[in-house]
Design a protein around this ligand. Structure first.
Ligand code: PLP
Ligand code: ZN
Length: 417
């Protein structure tokens, strides 16, 4: 059954136009809408049992290979085989403090390049090998680029990364260390995005851009499969799981939604989780469309310290609006101060999140305050990125450490004893 192509067709999320697997690479040729990759679910169901997947020895996202639109890429023993398979934490002090039935945190900072983006980049690089792309390229606020650079390094695939010159230094360091050709743009993420699309077109590079390349969502949906295995598969409650995720371009939330839709279609789950998108109030284009009750995404002038979700024009906004709307979820807007506080709160249970990662938890705190989740709810919060990615922001979330002379007298003076 592993014959190429591994999916039946693409379908535009706006106009519904369908394309064959070899007809297009990126968005709809008519209206620029994001393309969904449509799997051949009856065939998958016929050839795969959920028991086989549940008992797979593979611990990375490649355990879901039968549900992914690429062939087995190989490269065992490389970071490509380490994307996904992230731990689920159960922080009791926070669960108690928020008065929830159960609180889980899924720590995507444990991915090979320390963010959720590795899921997308692993699958895009597998696709790039399939179509024998010479060079892969992406625009990135940092994490997508680091993930693409990491996965490309793993398989010896040349990679070019465009990032805004304001990207946090740790992210730029990752790009450089992974050996990508790194080009910093004197502009914001959106201008880097547009330049990348033009460069890819002119030079024949394969473009990973979020909300442009349909395979990113297919990689990201693997997190939904893991949530199925780690939580949904065992749960007895008949209330839907409530899932909190931070949103910038809207591709992670769309990926999670796609994963749960695939599972529903396979008949492996009966109920969708309620998907709650959290944006910074300084970068709220998708939440604005959600609250306006439509799908028209109007660009904003993004201004937030959570660089990974700082986006003027989200490239996957329509599907991101639908992810919340079609699952009984909603959007929440949090201030930068609340994001910094959430970094400190998560830190106290041993979880180190970058600002965009802590944003989802800040959204949960707001939702508890507003009564959107209650004591009967089971809640899962995604931490999408590791705090080491952005030390500048982390230091803003905590008070500085004192400096003392190295003697007992100074120590006692400082301790007040
Ligand atoms: C990219 C990213 C997000 C947001 O994902 P989108 O697909 O842009 O909505 C959130 N958190 C982190 C750490 C990210 O890198
Ligand atoms: Zn279309």
């Amino acid at each position: 059954m592993n014959s190429i192509p591994r999916f039946s067709h693409y379908r535009c999320c706006l106009c519904g136009k369908e394309y064959s697997p070899d007809q297009v690479f990126y968005n709809c040729l008519v209206d620029g809408g994001n393309l969904d990759i449509i799997l051949d679910i009856p065939t998958i169901r016929k050839n795969n049992s959920r028991e086989a997947i549940l008992s797979s020895a593979e611990t990375s996202l490649w355990r879901y290979l039968p549900l992914l639109p690429v062939a087995d890429p190989g490269y065992h023993g490389t970071p490509l085989r380490l994307a996904g398979g992230t731990p689920l934490l159960h922080p009791l002090p926070l669960e108690k403090k928020l008065g929830l039935h159960t609180l889980w945190i899924k720590d995507e900072g444990k991915n090979p390049s320390a963010s959720f983006k590795d899921r997308a980049s692993a699958v895009v690089v597998a696709r790039a090998r399939e179509i024998q792309a010479s060079t892969v390229v992406t625009a990135s606020t940092g994490n997508a680029g680091a993930a693409l650079a990491c996965m490309s390094a793993a398989v010896g695939q040349p990679a070019v990364i465009f990032a805004p010159k304001s990207a946090p230094p740790a992210k730029v360091a990752q790009l450089l260390v992974f050996g990508a050709k790194v080009i910093l743009v004197d502009g914001n993420y959106d201008s880097a995005f547009d330049l990348t699309v033009q460069a890819a077109e002119e030079f024949g590079w394969y473009c990973r851009n979020t909300g442009y390349n349909p395979f990113t969502v297919e990689g990201k949906k693997s997190a939904a499969f893991e949530i199925w295995e780690q939580v949904l598969h065992h749960r007895t409650s008949n209330k839907p799981l409530v899932l909190f995720v931070s949103v910038g371009d809207g591709n992670i939330i769309s990926g999670l939604h796609k994963g749960f839709k695939d599972l529903l279609e396979l008949g492996w789950i009966e109920q969708m989780p309620r998907i709650m998108g959290v944006q910074s109030s300084g970068s709220a284009a998708i939440a604005n469309a959600f609250f306006a009750g439509d799908e028209q995404i109007i660009p904003v002038q993004a201004n937030t310290l959570a660089d990974s979700i700082s986006v003027d024009l989200p490239r996957d906004g329509v599907r991101a609006v639908r992810a919340a709307r079609q699952t009984g979820g909603t959007y929440l807007l949090v201030e930068d101060d609340a994001i910094l506080q959430a970094i400190a709160t998560l830190g106290k249970v041993g979880i180190f999140a970058e600002p965009a990662g802590a944003t989802a938890f800040a959204g949960l705190q707001l939702a508890v305050m507003n009564g959107l989740v209650t004591a009967e709810d089971d809640v899962l919060v995604m931490n999408t990125g590791n705090g080491l990615k952005d030390i500048r922001a982390a230091m803003q979330a905590v008070s500085p450490a004192p400096v003392i002379d190295p003697d007992m007298k100074s120590l006692k003076k400082y301790l007040g004893v």
